[in-house]
Design a protein around this ligand. Structure first.
Ligand code: HEM
Length: 469
């Protein structure tokens, strides 16, 4: 006789069990208390790569008491990037930036206000201002190249930093700030950058000397920017740059941005875009210096685009597709942001697993960009993988994620590409390079992963005539 389950319960028998939990597998090798921290500190990318090899798309790991889950591979990225802010929260993770960017902007405000604030910059990223930036990028790179003389050595990341600060100060902050780069701005910006450190990540207000210098530098930069805004209003000057786009913007309720808000948004964008570009520009150099055949192809393309004597423009840079593939390949092999992190506020389901609230959800461009089923021979520098017919990045929306994805996807990607192409076009036009040391290892101690020193490079002016007028 069949027994109805309710009757079974009444008779004291167990109810059918709930479907079994399907726990996310944990990476092997955790230490008591410390979890995976020692291994992570040594080489986070190798550790996470081991996680993917052991368990696939989702793997748990622990750093001290903090619990993390890695999402690896395009489908897992898709679920991560599409999750709403109420479920995967960026703000909780980037709170340490508030003393640098300032109150009332970016991660100090609700996500929809941050999105509105960053949206004010879209007019400054349209084709018309981009055409102007392309000229500025060419001028700054040429000025830098002219000052190098016939031959010598440079520290490549230092050089890239100088170039990208000069370009960003002109395109983002305005010519007025560019004029003051050497008389105070660069020094204050450096102190502000030093304020983003590991200790500050956990205790952003701790009264240590680096944080006192950070706060002093922020006040100094705010004064400089407010002075420029006041002067622009007085003279009714309206140059095409990010600062002006913000000064002219209005919130949905019609309110203009305060000077303090303009300052904060400019600092957010400067921090998001300058160091990342400098680091990727440095990796590009090191990869190209050991691929002379590919450099010859890039120079051949320069001849095709510029002829005997050409002019650099937005349109000409867009035509340099071999160089663009080089940027993409360096983004793949050396993404400046190796970890994107969100706090899980509401449980997230993926592939039959539940990532529980309180966990930190991680996507690692550095790990995902070397997955062997997505990229052929993934350790190899091979820019042509991005050219048709191979187009390896087009297999899935989220195969190449060096600029992130979803709501927080980088808004400066086109600017960054343009800048890196402009810089390397000028440098390869003028010089031959030769690294003075071995290929550098990645420096995981910094928030943005650049090459670890020594990074000196020898250069010699090329005897060939320049392709530029
Ligand atoms: C090679 C250079 C760059 C790289 C590799 C890069 C990478 C990224 C990545 C991975 C994100 C997403 C972060 C996350 O999801 O947590 C991001 C966001 C962002 N990037 Fe970039 N970026 C670069 C250059 C730039 C430039 C030049 C600008 C501005 C002109 C910029 C502005 C921003 C902003 C404002 C965000 C935050 C967007 C948001 O949260 O809504 N970036 N970038």
């Amino acid at each position: 006789m069949a027994i109805h389950s309710d009757s079974a319960a009444t008779l004291g028998r167990a109810r059918p069990a709930a479907p079994p939990e399907n726990p996310i597998p944990e990476l092997s090798g955790a230490w008591p208390l410390l979890g995976h921290l020692p291994e992570f500190q040594k080489d986070p990318v190798a550790m996470l790569d081991r996680g993917w090899r052991e368990h696939g798309e989702l793997v748990r790991f622990r750093l001290g008491t903090s619990k993390f889950v890695l999402f690896a591979g395009p489908e897992a990225h898709d679920s991560y990037f599409r999750a709403p802010e109420e479920q995967l929260d960026a703000r909780a993770v980037y709170e340490f930036t508030v003393p640098v960017f300032g109150r009332g902007v970016a991660y100090d405000v609700a996500p929809e206000i941050m999105a509105e604030q960053l949206g004010f910059l879209f007019p400054a990223l349209r084709d018309a201002p981009m055409r102007r930036y392309a000229r500025i990028m060419y001028e700054e790179a040429s000025r830098f190249a002219d000052a190098l003389g016939e031959e010598g050595t440079i520290d490549l990341p230092v050089a890239m930093n100088e170039l990208t600060v000069n370009i960003a100060s002109r395109c983002l902050l305005g010519q007025e700030i560019r004029d003051q780069v050497d008389s105070g701005f660069a020094e204050a910006y450096h102190d502000l950058q030093e304020g983003i450190n590991l200790l500050g990540f956990f205790f952003p207000r701790l009264p240590i000397p680096a944080h006192r210098r950070r706060d002093r530098a922020r006040r100094r930069i705010a004064q400089l920017l407010v002075r420029v805004m006041t002067e622009r209003r007085r003279t009714e000057a309206a140059p095409e740059d990010f600062m002006q786009a913000l000064m002219q913007a209005r919130y949905k309720d019609g309110r203009a941005l305060s000077d303090e808000e303009v300052t904060g948004i400019l600092l957010t964008v400067l921090f998001a875009g300058q160091h990342t570009s400098a680091v990727l520009g440095s990796w590009m150099g090191f990869e190209m210096f050991r691929a002379p055949v590919w450099v010859a192809r890039i120079r051949e393309e320069m001849q095709e685009v510029y002829g005997e004597k050409g002019t650099m423009s937005l349109a000409s840079l867009k035509r340099q597709s071999a160089l663009e593939c080089t940027v993409r390949e360096c983004e793949r092999l050396h993404p400046p942001l190796i970890l994107l992190i969100r706090k899980v506020l509401q449980p997230l389901q993926y592939a039959g697993h539940t990532v529980s609230a309180g966990t930190l959800a991680v996507v690692s461009p550095a790990v995902s960009h070397r997955l062997p089923h997505l990229f052929a021979d993934p350790e190899r520098f091979d820019p042509q993988r991005f050219a048709p017919p191979r187009s390896e990045d087009k297999q899935h929306h989220y195969t190449l994620i060096g600029f992130g994805g979803g709501k927080h996807r980088c808004m400066g990607e086109k600017f960054a590409l343009l800048q890196l192409k402009a810089i390397w076009t000028v440098l390869l036009d003028r010089f031959d390079f030769d690294p003075a040391a071995q290929f550098p290892a990645p420096n995981y101690r910094s928030w943005v992963t650049g090459p670890r020193p020594p990074c000196r490079v020898r250069y010699r002016r090329r005897p060939q005539a320049s392709v530029f007028t």
